[in-house]
Design a protein around this ligand. Structure first.
Ligand code: 8YV
Length: 313
């Protein structure tokens, strides 16, 4: 395998990079100018691209790599990969589902509790010494609230299961009603937002779900509602979210993802009803290692002519 050329186009954990280096002829093309030079000199030999949620091959890169056979993504979301172009060219695509489901769902519950119970604000209150000056204000109960899930896939279902443990009522929106689900279905996102206290965005990013959280949905969620986004920043019309939070039209938000990462709208920095995380839904040693191993195993299976472990196609 040491002679197979692999192009890395996104930042990944050091363990994955080291393993790729050990097993393949690895080209690091994370920076666009580095990548252009690699493509210029080695396009005829690169047979695999490793992607992640922070970067994947676009149509131009796929066109520029005539020997490309497989894209292995170190992520469950594949929105950075031009899937249509891969299909057209017969290039296989794999991702890392399942191994990160629990982790992302756990963090989602953490974000909900952090926003409702103001955990980060409480921590700042203690550290600043303000506790000695007076009592802390009361917060909002989570148990028993209604949780709306946007996208009842693997992660959405795992969030729902956890929220049931808090005696929450669960409802959801997805493209189609799930006949086997016991949860209440709403046929539009606005209806879902009007009927829940906490709205969790857990669907894949596609052209149809881009800005699915718009002004109408935010207004439907309302001044007591909380938005939790553990999907992708581009699910949310961010300027609309910021103005709703500044104007008090939305009760709060817990955000792990942003439209233009790592840039976060600075207007949010002063808001105590908002919890901001740096895209860490899957970021534990255990889960990122499992994701890395799955990305590696998919590559190995492909080059050994074995069935892919988690193919998209
Ligand atoms: C990233 C994610 O993979 O899986 C996804 O789609 O967004 C994350 O788990 C992780 O941040 C590595 O880039």
């Amino acid at each position: 395998m040491g002679t197979i050329s692999v192009l890395l186009v996104a930042k990944v954990m050091p363990y994955l990079e080291q393993e790729l280096e050990k097993r393949y002829k690895l080209f690091r093309g994370i920076d666009p100018s580095q990548r252009a030079a690699i493509v210029r000199d080695h396009s005829a030999s690169i047979r695999a691209v490793v992607a992640s949620s922070s970067g994947g091959p676009d149509a131009a890169l796929i066109e520029a790599l005539p020997k490309l056979e497989i894209v292995s993504s170190f992520s469950v979301g594949v929105d950075k990969i031009d899937l249509e172009k891969c299909k057209e060219k017969g290039i296989r695509v794999t991702n890392t589902p399942d191994v990160l489901t629990d982790e992302v769902a756990d963090l989602t519950i953490g974000l909900i509790l952090a926003v409702l119970r103001r955990i980060c604000e409480c921590d700042r209150y203690v550290r600043s010494g303000n506790w000695k000056k007076g009592d802390y204000k009361l917060t909002t109960k989570f148990s028993g609230k209604t949780v709306g899930i946007l996208g009842l896939g693997r992660i959405g279902a795992a969030v729902a299961k956890r929220a049931e443990g808090f005696d929450c009522k669960i409802c959801y929106y997805s493209r189609n009603e799930k006949p086997d689900s016991k949860y209440k279905y709403y046929p539009t996102v606005v209806e879902l937002a009007s009927n829940c206290d906490v709205l969790v965005v857990a669907c894949p990013l596609t052209p149809e779900t881009h800005h699915i959280i718009n002004r109408e949905v935010i207004n439907a969620l309302g001044p007591k509602g909380v938005l939790i986004n553990i999907g992708r920043g581009k699910h949310v019309d961010e300027p609309e979210l910021v103005s709703a939070l500044l104007e008090g039209r939305l009760g709060g938000a817990g955000l792990d993802v942003f439209e233009n990462e790592p840039h976060v709208p600075e207007e949010l920095f002063g808001l105590e009803n908002v919890v901001l995380l740096p895209h860490v839904g899957s970021a534990t040693v255990e889960t990122r290692t499992a994701m890395a191993n799955l990305a590696l195993d998919n590559l190995e299976a492909h080059f050994l002519g074995k069935p892919l472990l988690t193919p998209l196609f």
